[in-house]
Structures are given as C-alpha cells and as structure tokens.
Design a protein around this ligand. Sequence first.
Ligand SMILES: Nc1ncnc2c1ncn2[C@@H]1O[C@H](COP(=O)(O)OP(=O)(O)O)[C@@H](O)[C@H]1O
Ligand SMILES: [Mg+2]
Length: 424
Amino acid sequence: MTATNTRQSRRIIVVDDEFHVRSTITSYLGKNDCKVAVFDNSHDALAAFQRDGCDLVLSDVKMPGMDGVELLERIRELDRDVPVVLMTAYADLDMAVNAIKKHAFDFIIKPVEFECLLVAVEKGLRYRYLSILEKDHSARLEKAIEEKTRELQGMHRQMVHSEKMAAVGLLSAGVAHEINNPLSFVSSNLSTLRRYYSRMNDLLVWQTDAINASGNPDIVMEQEELKKTLKIDRFVGDVQVLLDECLDGVDRIKRIVAGLKNFAHRDEDTATEANLNDLIQSTLTIVWNEIKYVAELKKELGEIPRIRCYPSQINQVIMNLLVNAAHAIDKSGVITVRTWQDENSVCMSVADTGCGMSEETINRIFEPFFTTKEVGKGTGLGLPISYEIVMKHGGTIDVESCVGNGTTFTVRLPLAHPEYAEGE
Ligand SMILES: Nc1ncnc2c1ncn2[C@@H]1O[C@H](COP(=O)(O)OP(=O)(O)O)[C@@H](O)[C@H]1O
Ligand SMILES: [Mg+2]
C-alpha cells in the first residue's frame, strides 16, 4: 500500500523514548509522504497535539512518566476520532488489550516491521479521512434538512393562510349578503324606535305633569300606584340605554360585514393608472378624524410615477395602515407617511410612534380575525385584506416593529404588473 491519496492530510505524531526507534520510524514514514512530528515523551506529544492537532498518533506504550495508554486516554478526551496506534512488545500484550478497550485504533508488535507499520498507519489515516468526510457530510446534510424544514414550514404557513383567506372569501360572499339585508332593517327600525320612543316619553311626561296639576287627588294617587306597579320610572331610563346599546351593536356588525364584503366584491373594481400620492391624499381626508386627535401627521411624499392598479383597493390598504397606526398611539405621537421609487417598485411606508408589537403578535397579524383590540374596535380583517390586495398587485408588504417604540409597514407595488398591464 502506498501513500497516493493527496487529498488526505497525513500529519503524524510519533512518540517513543528510544532514539533508534524514533528515528527509523520517522524517516520511513517521511519517505511515505507523511509529515511527522516526533517526541521522546508523552507530555510534549500531548502539548503538540493540543496546539496543532494531527491525523494520527503513533506511540510507544512503555515510557517513563506518562505511558502510551494514558496518552491515549488524554487524546480521547480531546478528540474522539483521531486514531491512536500503539507499539508494544509481546510482554505487554495485556496492556495492548487494555488499550484496545480504551479505543486505541490498532497496535503493532515491537520490534516494528515496517510493512505492518505502514498498513496500520494507512488504515488509520484512511479512517481519519473518512470520519472527517462523514462529519462534513453530516453537517451539510443537517444544514440542508434545516433549510428544507424552514422552507416547508414557510410553505405550510402560507398554505394555511391562503386556505383561511379562501374560507373567509367564500364565507364573506354568502354571509355578508345574507346579513346585510336584515342588518339594514334592524338598524333602521332601531333608529325609528328610538325616535318614536323619545316622542312617547315626551307625551308621558306631559300627561304626568297634567294629572299632577289637575288637583284631583284620586287620579294622582292612582297614577302613582300604576307607575309603581308597572315600574315605569325604572324602565323609562333603561329603554334609552338599551336602544343605544342595540344601535352600537348593530354598528359593530356593520363594520364586520363591510370588511367581509371587501373580500367578496374586491374584483368588481377596475384597474386604472393612478398615483399613490394622490391615493394617500384622498384617503387621508377620510381617516383624518381618526388621526387628528392622537397624532401629528408627517407627509414625505416623493416623486413617483403612476402605476396601473385598483385604486379603491389601494385606498383601502392605505386606510387600514393609517387607522392601525392611529390606534397604536395612546395619547399623542407621530405618524409618518413616505413614498419613494426604487428600481422596480413604487413604495410607501406608514410609520407610527405607537405601542409596537411583540414577536408573537407580528407572526399573527395577517391571520383573518386576529386582533388585540377590544371588542368593537377591531375586527382583525384590516391587515389580511391589505395583504391579499397587495399580493394581487404583485407587491409585498413588510413590517418592522419594536415594542414601546412603534411600527413601520412598508408596501411595495411593482411599476409594471404583468396581469394588470392590459387592464382587466
Ligand atoms: N401600527 C400598528 N401598531 C401596533 N400593532 C398593530 C399595528 N397594526 C396592526 N397591529 C396589530 O395587528 C392586529 C391586526 O390588525 P388588523 O388586521 O388591522 O385588525 P384590527 O385593526 O381590526 O385589530 C391589531 O389588532 C394589532 O394588534
Ligand atoms: Mg385594523
């Protein structure tokens, strides 16, 4: 067997206390392409191993101070894989067996026959080479598996998201329509009832005053008793509150239905050329009431070209981001709206100095119906709808947030969207 594999590293540490053995082995291995570091004691050999490492250790067993077996143990503690070949006389056979138990790679009987030595060394170097390859391979495999797992998890999240969006879309088409009708008449009837009741109450007050002023004690008494029995005084106040609560509830349902309807009727819009800056300006006039009490608004609108898009849908994205920004601010803060152009897109960011979001919240914001807001204030549909709209425009929506410091949403819309290029 000759040393022909040049890819293998062949650094060998040789330890023997006998000068003659050391020098003949070193010169023989040197001729066989090995790079040898030679030592006359285990301590120095171990120090060299710790400092520089090697691919194989060839050590005498019997040596003054630290013997070969102890050296083997110390090397094993540092590196499980470096092969250690021990050299021993017949008389030390027990020791050799012990050494093998302690994971010596091989042992050679002294006096050393060079052919045997080379076989053991080549075997050891081959083992070392293969274990390095294996480690490298395992590491690469692990990394590949990790990457694949992450990719699959991402795809899975995306699929679950699309499934949910599809379900909401389907649901919204039916439910929004079905609920809308009864909702309209419940809402309008409640308003009418509230108005009628207010008039009846005026009449009741007038009648009570008239009876009290009539000077007829029997009728006054009868009126008082009837009022007591029917608990009129209590419910006069209650009815007003109950009706107000009902109207408030109906308002909330209306908002949810409006959100759902957006899923169903988004496609009825038509694509046209529009400038994002104009869309921002017009949306701002609508949401100004939500913003003006909590935030100073900064506009940094850059020079940007018109793009082909569905303007009313983009308006909706802008509105959702602005309203969310306003909701995130507790007492007072700043909302900054920026636009700019980069190589392929028109970009917009909405940044607020509000409460920010935890990692957990960020992971869920595009889930339909996910909201951290109190009942009545949030429907959890704003961002999922915005996400869908931006995706359909071939764009991206990103978020950066820091709890306590604020949030920035960035929307990028492609300058040329292949689907919308011809109009639809
Ligand atoms: N600018 C923001 N700052 C902090 N949290 C936000 C911001 N925008 C969105 N969020 C979080 O994302 C959630 C989902 O938002 P959205 O889909 O618009 O639903 P909603 O506003 O009805 O709750 C919010 O409830 C809130 O927790
Ligand atoms: Mg919202």
